[in-house]
Write a protein that binds this ligand. Sequence first.
Ligand SMILES: NC(=O)c1ccc[n+]([C@@H]2O[C@H](COP(=O)([O-])OP(=O)(O)OC[C@H]3O[C@@H](n4cnc5c(N)ncnc54)[C@H](OP(=O)(O)O)[C@@H]3O)[C@@H](O)[C@H]2O)c1
Length: 225
Amino acid sequence: MNRHALVTGANRGIGRAVAAELHARGLALTVTARDAAAAAGTAAELGPGVRGQQLDVTDPDSVGKAAADVGPVDILVCNAGVLLDAGTGPLTAPLDLVEETLRVNLLGTWRVLQTFVPGMVERGWGRVVVVSSGTTAEFGGALFPGAPGYSLSKSGLNGLTALVAGQTAGTGVLVNAVNPGRVRTRMMPQMTTPPEVPARFIADVATLPASGPTGQFLTERRVPQ
Ligand SMILES: NC(=O)c1ccc[n+]([C@@H]2O[C@H](COP(=O)([O-])OP(=O)(O)OC[C@H]3O[C@@H](n4cnc5c(N)ncnc54)[C@H](OP(=O)(O)O)[C@@H]3O)[C@@H](O)[C@H]2O)c1
C-alpha cells in the first residue's frame, strides 16, 4: 500500500529535505507551506505526483481546508516552527515574541495533530513525527535560557507528543518527537550540518515498523531499529 505523507513547513530547510527524502522513498507526498505559491513551487521542484498545499498551522481555516483538500494522511511530519526570541533571556524576552512562538510551535502543531491524527486512529495505521529540539527540559534535556520562549515551546511539544501517544497507544498509530540536531537552515545559518542529515533520520521515524517506539523523544544519534 502506498502511504500518503504530509509535511508542514516543507518549502525550505529541514521540512523540504524531509519531503525530498520521503519522495525518494516512494511515498505519495503532500508538501505544505503557509505561502500557497511556495507550496506549489516546492511540489513542482520535487517531481511529478507531489502535491502542493497551502497550510498555515496558526490558521484553523487553512488547516481545515488542507485536510479536506488532501484526503487521508497516513504519515504526518509536524516540522513548521519559528525561532523568534534568540539572544534574549527569561527575564527580558519580549512576551509578544514568546506568544507568537507558542502560537506557531506548540498550538499550531497541536492543531495539526487534532486535525489529522483521529483519521489515522480510525484507519488503524499512522506515523507522526513532531520536530522538536535539543533545547527542551522534557525527557531529561536542559532548557536553553538564550531562547526561553522557543525552548519552552519545544518542551511543550515533547509533553504533547507523550499525551497524544498515550491516546493512540494500541491503535496502530505511533507518535514520536525528534531532535534534528543543529542544522544549517535559515533558522540556524551558522551551523554546518546540511538538512539532508536529519531528514534521513526523520524519514526513518516517519516509516517505523509496527514494532517501533511511540511516545519517545528520539535524537539523530539514536535511530530506532
Ligand atoms: N535548524 C536547526 O538547527 C534546528 C534545530 C532544532 C530544531 N529545529 C526545528 O526544525 C524545524 C524546521 O526548522 P528549520 O531549521 O528548517 O527552519 P526554517 O528554515 O526557518 O524553516 C521553518 C519552516 O517553518 C515554516 N513555518 C513558520 N511558521 C509557519 C506557520 N505558521 N505555518 C506553517 N509553516 C510555518 C516556514 O515557512 P515560511 O517559509 O513561510 O516562513 C519554514 O518552512 C523547526 O520546527 C525548528 O524548530 C531546527
